[in-house]
Design a protein around this ligand. Sequence first.
Ligand SMILES: *Cc1c(COP(=O)(O)O)cnc(C)c1O
Length: 371
Amino acid sequence: MKEKIWLSSPHMSDEGYEKEYIKEAFDTNWIAPLGTNVNEFEKELAGKVGAKHAAALVSGTSAIHLALKSAGVEEGDIVFCPTLTFSATANPIIYQNAKPVFIDSNYETWNMDPKALEQAFEKYPEVKSVIIVHLYGLSSDMDKIMEICNKHNVVVIEDAAESLGTYYKGRHTGTFGEFGVFSFNGNKIITTSGGGMLVSNDEQKIKKVRFWSTQSRDAARHYQHSELGFNYRMSNVVAGIGRGQLKVLDRRVAKKKYIFEFYKRELSSLDGIEFMPINDWNEPNYWLSVITLKGSVRPLDVMEALEKENIESRPVWKPMHMQPFFAEYDYVGGDVSEKLFENGVCLPSDTKMMDDDLERICSIIKGLWSK
Ligand SMILES: *Cc1c(COP(=O)(O)O)cnc(C)c1O
């Protein structure tokens, strides 16, 4: 059996940058709690995306949670959320005992449909916050979405967990709303093994998030707490991995784009195959190469044929309004996200793949059409 090809696995730098930062943390005994790596990783990431401030946290999920808390989302409040996403986008709404209203995608972006968003505002004018996702590294249509959200005066939180390195009209995703969220989970474009970052231009809000994330300890010698606390802060070792990974982000984006274009060149002519939409205002990070299938070859055929050869692929995210856990919440839109789920396949997008891996994957897929 050939070595497994992963959908998207950790890829440390050839230069060993990550190890150098970790070594420094060991040598100075700044293993915990905080230290240089955390402070510098915050500054470096904020600089990379063009945000003024950043708080390094244990996960993207915890960053969404504290963004919602900072937005004042409380029990019973409504929060709009795209239905086509990973559950980590929606779960923190429930942590705050608030109510998600799920919103459909459009085919032009695969992300939140501005028309459905307007309908949702008509139905729920009291909404407190809107979470936008940039799925698979494709940016949402931010001009239209921000225009609608600004008209209604809501706090916009961008879940950019999948879109580090993605630009909309030259501006980095995650910097349009009040808050942007990044993730360094194991399968993301860069990883710290696990981690997240909350960015904002509002320094006071980021300071408050750091305070909450370290158990809300008041400035007193004794242990005093005036607010609910969380243990959500990133460690100095993890931040060291992040600093090293950030150095190779551009290289990873270039390779992801190469992978997408390789598939497109080799597979576009197959009957019924379509590639995820690359709009001219969108410079994606191509985190995953995703296709949809309309003909007789179904997504399961592709996934099973690849699996037989020890190659990982995945379906598109199952929409939140179709999830048993979220079934009780409202949904606004048509069937776009359902169709993308039904017809979509995420192709192997691991940056360690070589040309012969890509050729092998393409020939397995093409084989399904010649049966
Ligand atoms: C990965 C991911 C998250 C969660 O990030 P973690 O760091 O794993 O908590 C949130 N939203 C989306 C869309 C993701 O893909």
